[in-house]
Design a protein around this ligand. Structure first.
Ligand SMILES: C[S@@+](CC[C@H](N)C(=O)[O-])C[C@H]1O[C@@H](n2cnc3c(N)ncnc32)[C@H](O)[C@@H]1O
Length: 294
């Protein structure tokens, strides 16, 4: 697929997801059903998946407006970020606002959270969720901007922490995304990203499946390419930690996308041999003031 085709397909499929709402809700149809092109493996039970990948159920119940968790996440970037009151957080591919709303109380009234997404229906859903978030928390510190993560609608050196949850794999130009992250971070700013990463190249049968691309698998970077992109963007202190529980949870269940992927893999191998969710932490170098600082 060309870059334009990828963006169009991603917008279409995630637009469908936004309109359908969370699984289990009235009117929701699975976009991973056999007659569709898949999506980022939305969990049948988003709350159960969130618990499996490290979210605190009590925190979700207390803070999240109904419909903000669409079951599209593959990790918990807010937990990697170690946020402090007053910080500015930027969420790349914010979807219905899931991680933005969870980060809001951590940065408090003096901080702010900006979500960026390129899918109009997703953006509309996230914006509609702000009222429920404010009613639950008393905060008005989350906003959502329309935009592509390759061309962020955010000023240079204005963000303390960039987070993202299962999105960068979908970009047709990942080196550009990492350069944009470095551009918007303040000196010393942090990266706290969860994303899908390849441990070895996928077989052609899976690489060519459109639903595997939309489903956050076929577009994933190889681990060594990810390291190179971080370094070439000027980011330092990279720490890449595999989180196998996401793939093992979906592989063990009856997720239709993972069943199709499994059918395209060589006998005796499993999705987890090829792909994992990963916690990706790094920093933009700060002003150097002492020997050994970066
Ligand atoms: C798998 S969903 C994850 C949503 C959210 N991060 C979550 O965990 O619930 C991917 C989201 O990224 C958005 N997206 C994908 N590619 C994008 C791009 N190149 N620029 C901006 N948004 C993008 C989609 O519209 C969708 O909302």
């Amino acid at each position: 697929m060309s870059q334009i085709d990828i963006r169009t397909t991603i917008r279409e499929k995630y637009g469908e997801m936004a309109r359908a709402g969370a699984p289990g809700k009235a009117g929701r149809t699975s976009c991973c059903g056999p007659s569709t092109n898949g999506c980022c493996a939305p969990a049948a039970d988003p709350a159960a998946l969130a618990s499996a990948i490290g979210y605190d159920a009590g925190e979700l119940a207390r803070i999240l407006p109904d419909g903000a968790n669409l079951g599209l996440s593959c990790g918990n970037p807010g937990a990697i970020a170690a946020l402090k009151p007053g910080e500015t957080v930027l969420d790349l591919g914010s979807g219905a606002g899931f991680d933005c709303f969870l980060c809001g109380p951590k940065v408090g009234a003096a901080g702010r959270v900006i979500g960026v997404d390129m899918t109009p229906d997703m953006l509309a859903k996230a914006r509609a969720n702000i009222a429920g978030y404010s009613a639950r928390t008393g905060l008005a510190n989350v906003e959502f901007r329309m935009g592509e993560i390759e061309h962020l609608p955010v000023a240079d050196a204005s963000v303390d922490v960039v987070i993202s949850n299962c999105v960068i794999n979908l970009s047709p130009d990942k080196p550009q995304v990492w350069r944009e992250i470095a551009r918007v971070l303040k000196p010393g700013g942090r990266v706290a990203v969860s994303d899908m990463v390849l441990l070895q190249p996928l077989p052609e049968a899976v690489r060519g499946m459109v639903e595997a691309y939309v489903g956050c698998i076929a577009g994933a970077s190889l681990l060594e390419d990810l390291r190179t992109m971080l370094r070439e963007a000027g980011l330092v202190q990279a720490s890449l930690t595999p989180k196998p529980e996401y793939v093992s949870t979906l592989s063990a269940g009856d997720d239709p996308l993972y069943q199709r992927i499994r059918a395209g893999l060589p006998a005796g191998t499993a999705p987890g041999d090829y792909i994992t969710s990963m916690d990706i932490a790094a920093r933009k170098p700060g002003a150097c003031c002492a020997p050994g600082c970066c």
